[in-house]
Design a protein around this ligand. Structure first.
Ligand code: SF4
Length: 312
């Protein structure tokens, strides 16, 4: 697959959690109901809770057809990208279209979970096989400081929406809790989050922290001890670890460069991230990065975890 020939699909990329996953990005960057301080896709430029046909569904479906006509089905098709996928009013219809086209594929939704108090959003999300929703803050002031939400949003309403969804949904529901030291890692807030997690009753809980440059430079990663103690306090859960990807073969230099551009366009990556996510040999990644730097397509940024590459 050549990344630039698709506007709404990306990858497929190997994922530790999902296997080989084809991404579907239905939201123009960066349209979201939140503006999280840790967001790896940069600041939200359109803060909204209004659902609309953000990109034309016919064009997305045409790309789906073109992809499945030419490729083996991936393990999963994942709705994600730089923004909140449930803001797209046609996501349920697009999900149903993919399922009809390829019944064996696992449909996955990565969502910030803010709109699940709405029945139409829950109905659309119930088309998925797996929904992975964020829940980082139970206290209003923590929610404001960490997720900088649209003014109409409230963490309790969000919790109620996820509880209702859990009741109605036959598929798997995972929760992801993102920890930012000094903001949502104190005992009282973790206890409040744990109480909400218990009410929702997800199939899995994953605790995550900053792994690449966030939107605000003051955001730092939580240390291993904090992550383990939050995981223990939540009652059940796991710390998300690094994926050691399978090695792809037969990639042309052009394909490698386009795949790298597609990845860093969505979030900054180190050489190791690209190696793991794309399942490519380091030498291939390094050669392509050198070529992309020389062509003025990408730039470097040094962070504690190493040198990150992002679009120029
Ligand atoms: S992290 Fe997710 S929910 Fe938060 S601003 Fe970024 S895209 Fe939106």
């Amino acid at each position: 697959m050549t990344e630039e020939s698709y506007s709404y699909l990306f990858g497929p990329v190997p994922s530790r959690r999902l296997g080989l996953s084809l991404g579907v990005d239905l939201v123009p960057s960066k349209t979201c109901s939140l503006d999280c301080v840790y967001c790896e896709s940069g600041a939200t430029t359109k803060l909204t809770v209004k659902r609309s046909s953000l990109v034309p569904k016919d064009a997305v479906m045409a790309e789906i057809d073109r992809y499945f006509d030419a490729h083996e089905p991936p393990d999963a098709v994942t709705f994600s990208g730089a923004g909140e996928p449930t803001l797209h009013a046609d996501i349920g219809e697009i999900a149903a279209y993919i399922k009809a086209r390829c019944p064996g594929v696992r449909l996955v939704l990565l969502t910030n979970g803010t709109l699940f108090d709405r029945e139409d959003v829950r109905r659309d999300a119930s088309r998925m096989d797996l929904v992975i929703a964020d829940y980082d803050a139970a206290d209003k002031s923590v929610f404001k400081a960490l997720n900088r939400p649209h003014p109409s949003l409230d963490p309790e309403k969000m919790a109620e929406g996820l509880v209702a969804f859990r009741d109605e949904f036959d598929g798997e529901l995972w929760l992801e809790v993102f920890i930012v030291p000094g903001v949502n890692d104190d005992k009282a807030e973790v206890a409040r989050i744990a109480e909400v997690v218990k009410r929702i009753g997800p199939d899995r809980v994953q605790v995550n922290t900053l792994d690449r440059p966030g939107t605000e430079p003051w955001v730092t990663p939580a240390d291993e001890e904090t992550l383990q103690s939050v995981t223990a306090a939540l009652g059940f859960g796991e710390v998300i670890g690094a994926y050691r990807g399978r090695v792809a073969s037969g990639e042309s230099e052009m394909d490698v460069s386009l795949q790298i551009l597609g990845m860093v366009k969505r979030r900054p990556c180190t050489i190791e991230d690209l190696e793991e996510s794309l399942g490519m040999a380091r030498v291939l990644v390094e050669d392509s990065l050198t070529a992309l730097m020389a062509a003025g397509r990408i730039q470097e940024e040094s962070q504690a975890r190493g040198v990150f590459y992002k679009p120029l």
